[in-house]
Write a protein that binds this ligand. Structure first.
Ligand SMILES: O=C(CO)[C@H](O)[C@H](O)COP(=O)(O)O
Length: 228
C-alpha cells in the first residue's frame, strides 16, 4: 500500500509528465495509480484550453477518461500516438521495465509500441539495479494454461495465478495473469524474447525498448532519464 510520501512522489512525477503534452496531441493513457494522477492533471489542463484526444490502455482508464470528459480513440483503430504516459512496477537505468501490476500489460504494450514518445512516471521506490524482485506478470489465454506453465517452468520461472478479492483475476482481454518469479533477471531482453516464443502468452510484463523518458520523483525532486 502506498504511503503519503509515495503518493506525493507519484503526483510530482505525474505533473512533470504532462508538461510534455502538446496541443492536439493524441495521448496514450496508462493504467495504475500514477497514470491516473497524470490523467487527472491532463483533464485540469483541458479546462484551460488544451485539446487532446486520449487512447486508453485499460477499461478502468477508459472509464476514468470518460468521467473526466477526455475524448477517446479506440486502441485497436489507432495508427499512431504522439505521446504516452504510464507507470511502472520496476525500472532500471537501462530503460528496462516490469509492468502489469494492474493487469493491463497487453494494452499498455500496444500503446507504448504505437507511441512516438513514451514517458514513464514513478515514485522513488521503482528504481532497481536488476529487474525481478517484482514478479513478472504474464497474461495467458485460459486454453493454454497448463502448457504455458510447463514452458515457463522450463525457463526456471515459478508462476502463480493471480487472485484478487479471493477470485481468479481476469484481465480486460478475458485472460489469466501468472505472476512469475524468475529471481533477479540478468538479461531482460533474452527473457522477453524467450517468453515471446511461447504460444498462449498474450503478453508479458517485461518492457524492453519501449521507453524514451522516465520521470522518477524522490521527495519533491524529479530525476529524469532520457534515452539517447
Ligand atoms: O503496469 C501497470 C498496470 O498494469 C502500472 O503502470 C504499474 O502497476 C504501476 O502502477 P502504480 O502507478 O499504481 O504504481
Amino acid at each position: 500500500m502506498a504511503n503519503d510520501n509515495q503518493n506525493l512522489e507519484k503526483l510530482t512525477a505525474a505533473k512533470a509528465a504532462i508538461a510534455f503534452v502538446k496541443h492536439n496531441d493524441v495521448v496514450g493513457l496508462g493504467t495504475g495509480s500514477t497514470a491516473t494522477l497524470a490523467i487527472k492533471e491532463l483533464a485540469k489542463l483541458m479546462e484551460n484550453s488544451l485539446k487532446i484526444t486520449g487512447v486508453p490502455s485499460s477499461e478502468a482508464t477508459k472509464e476514468l477518461a470518460i468521467s473526466l470528459g477526455i475524448p477517446l480513440l479506440e486502441l485497436g483503430k489507432v495508427n499512431a500516438i504522439d505521446i504516452s504516459i504510464d507507470g511502472a512496477d520496476e525500472f532500471t537505468e537501462q530503460f528496462n521495465l516490469i509492468k502489469g501490476g494492474g493487469g493491463a500489460l497487453f494494452r499498455e504494450k500496444i500503446v507504448a509500441s504505437l507511441s512516438k514518445k513514451r514517458i514513464v512516471v514513478t515514485d522513488g521506490s521503482k528504481l532497481v539495479e536488476k529487474l525481478g524482485a517484482f514478479k513478472v506478470p504474464i497474461e495467458v489465454n485460459p486454453n493454454a494454461e497448463n502448457y504455458v506453465i510447463l514452458k515457463i517452468e522450463e525457463l526456471k520461472g515459478k508462476p502463480v495465478k493471480r487472485v484478487k478479492n479471493d477470485e481468479v483475476f481476469i484481465t480486460d482481454n478475458q485472460n489469466y495473469i501468472f505472476d512469475t518469479d524468475f529471481g533477479l533477471i540478468n538479461d531482460p531482453e533474452k527473457l522477453a524474447n524467450e517468453l515471446n516464443q511461447i504460444d498462449g502468452i498474450l503478453a508479458h510484463g517485461i518492457f524492453v525498448n519501449l521507453t524514451d523518458i522516465i520521470l522518477m520523483a524522490k521527495g519533491n525532486q524529479i530525476t529524469s532519464y532520457h534515452k539517447v
